[in-house]
Design a binder for this molecule. Structure first.
Ligand code: NAG
Ligand code: NAG
Ligand code: NAG
Length: 514
């Protein structure tokens, strides 16, 4: 123990001495080029086509919906329901506008916030959504495995790009769409409008945590889990280099310790250099900054989005950056997808028009170019507000989610007919019949929970994001679920319906379309 302490002390204190005496020379790192030219070329003077942007967003979602391309059989419907029963911590049942989960689903913040989010969507859209079952993946990087082919999965981000399965929906931090989010959104947009460009600091701003010490790196493959922290440290090094232009600071700084470059497993993929070492070895003194809440973000001309610290995934911070009347800046770095993790509205964005993307070498020149080209800058400002208004409004997200769920219903018509019982084909099993063949006493031993409000029972009580009640336990839980989609085998069914031509037979006329 004491020997190790002495060695550690020496690692810090002997470091310089070795260099001076020439016994050990630190491997030289290439100096960072902070002055590369901006990759952005000529600026086009045309207004952004928001209708086209929204179409791209929907097209992207529909491509992922279309990947549920199994040849559905009665067996697959059975398998879908069984997967939902087994995946207790992710399965969501929406029946008659009511929201049910297994008791085991509760207790994780992001999953509970998704219930708050869905509770708000259902207040407006339950007529459209009808009855569905799906799994929700709260992972900030997206699913790491194949998705169940029978049961739809909704995801909030795809760090590794399109190849990941699942259909993208808004991350749960938007919360209650029509109440809280709309209120917060308009308050921040108003703040953003209030302060003119000329009255803002000519700086790129970011605040957050660097938590690399928590990362366990045993193989080079693990380094991708460090990409977010590396990006954050690298971006902060801009502030150490030029604090006038960059206010990229951290309030919790625990970077991954690197004792010797030659032993660093990540040296190839996350290259270290003297500037990063200086920040790390000084305990981040040069880049420390206090936490700031969103209400103050309007004092900056440029707002930076950095990937999530743990895995380099999407960052919830971006939800707000579009609202604040600043130019939104994305980060590019090693082991990160260009433009960051995919989110549901990524396809609606365009680099150079709604935002710009910089790395440690191009940041300075790109900000200078925007500052110098008033018209380009005005377009970027207008378009970031456009993202807030056209893609991130409460109704924009609510109708997007409703469209995704109804499209998934159409993609899996047998599962849909079990859940919505819109058929008079007696051969097609009802939800009640399918569930009666499962071991519900065991599946729901802990209980089936219904979300009754999108707010906690007691605001001061920590923990729950929602108010829930136990709806049933054991076999009674399946009885309850099975009884909800009241069967209707309508003798006066239309000819189209009888032929199976009408995909979705609605008892109530569709509420005003999205
Ligand atoms: C950009 O377009 C607008 C209207 O289309 C026009 O008034 C303005 O002069 C144009 N600016 C440049 C630099 O071409
Ligand atoms: C930064 O981006 C430019 C072009 O976009 C690229 O040529 C350069 O290699 C990048 N530099 C670093 C350090 O990633
Ligand atoms: C089940 O219902 C669908 C329509 O929803 C119909 O096309 C199909 O033929 C039915 N299957 C059986 C076996 O009756």
């Amino acid at each position: 123990m004491r020997v190790r302490a002495a060695l550690l002390l020496c690692a810090a204190a002997c470091h310089g001495a070795f260099i001076r005496t020439g016994k050990w020379q630190k491997p030289k790192s290439a100096p960072v080029d902070y002055d590369r030219a901006s990759p952005y070329g000529s600026w086009r003077n045309e207004s952004y086509d928001w209708e086209a942007a929204k179409r791209r967003v929907l097209d992207h979602a529909m491509r992922d919906v279309a990947r549920y391309s199994i040849d559905e059989s009665h067996k697959s419907t059975k398998l879908a329901l069984r997967s939902a029963l087994l995946d207790k911590t992710h399965a969501i049942w929406i029946l008659q506008g009511r929201l049910f989960v297994h008791k085991a689903y509760l207790g994780e913040m992001k999953r509970e916030l998704h219930l708050r989010f869905m509770n708000s969507v259902l207040r407006k859209k339950s007529d459209l959504i009808k009855n569905v079952v799906y799994t929700f993946d709260e992972g900030a990087s997206g699913p790491s495995h194949e998705c169940d082919p029978h049961l739809p999965k909704l995801v909030i981000a795809k760090k590794n790009g399109e190849k990941q399965c699942g259909v993208l929906v808004p991350n749960p931090y938007f919360g209650d769409l029509y109440r809280n989010w709309e209120r917060e959104r308009s308050a921040l947009v108003a703040l953003g409008r209030r302060r003119k460009w000329e009255n803002r600091r000519p700086q790129l701003f970011w605040r957050g945590k660097i938590r690399g010490r928590e990362a366990v790196i045993n193989k080079e493959r693990d380094c991708s889990r460090e990409a977010g922290n590396y990006a954050r440290l690298q971006a902060a090094s801009l502030t150490a280099h030029d604090a006038k232009k960059f206010d990229v600071r951290t309030n919790t700084c625990r970077p991954r310790p690197i004792r010797s470059l030659s032993q660093d497993l990540c040296r190839k993929v996350l290259p270290q250099n003297d500037d990063l070492a200086k920040i790390r070895d000084s305990g981040c003194r040069a880049v420390q900054g206090r936490f700031m809440n969103h209400g103050k973000f309007n004092t900056f001309q440029y707002l930076l989005d950095l990937p999530g610290s743990t895995t380099g995934s999407y960052s919830r911070n971006l939800n707000h950056l579009w609202l604040l009347g600043a130019v939104v800046v994305f980060w590019a770095g090693p082991l990160l997808e260009p433009g960051g993790a995919l989110q549901w509205y990524s396809a609606g964005l365009r680099d150079g028009r709604t935002h710009v993307t910089v790395n440690v070498s191009t940041a300075k020149a790109t900000l200078d170019a925007i500052t110098d080209h008033v018209e380009w800058r005005n377009e970027l400002l207008e378009n970031s507000r456009g993202v807030a208004d056209n893609l991130l409004c409460g109704e924009c997200m609510g109708s997007y989610v409703a469209t995704v769920l109804t499209s998934l219903r159409q993609r899996l018509p047998l599962l849909d007919s079990a859940l919505n019982q819109r058929t008079h084909h007696t051969a097609n099993a009802t939800l009640a019949e399918l569930l009666s063949r499962e071991n519900c006493a065991r599946h729901f031993a802990a209980g089936l929970v219904e979300v009754v409000r999108g707010t906690p029972r007691n605001r001061r009580e920590p923990g729950w994001s929602i108010t829930w009640r136990t709806a049933a336990t054991g076999a009674a839980a399946c009885d309850l679920l099975g009884a909800l989609p009241a069967p209707f085998r309508d003798p006066k069914m239309s000819a189209a319906g009888r032929r199976g031509g009408a995909r979705v037979r609605e008892r109530v006329p569709l509420a005003s379309s999205v």
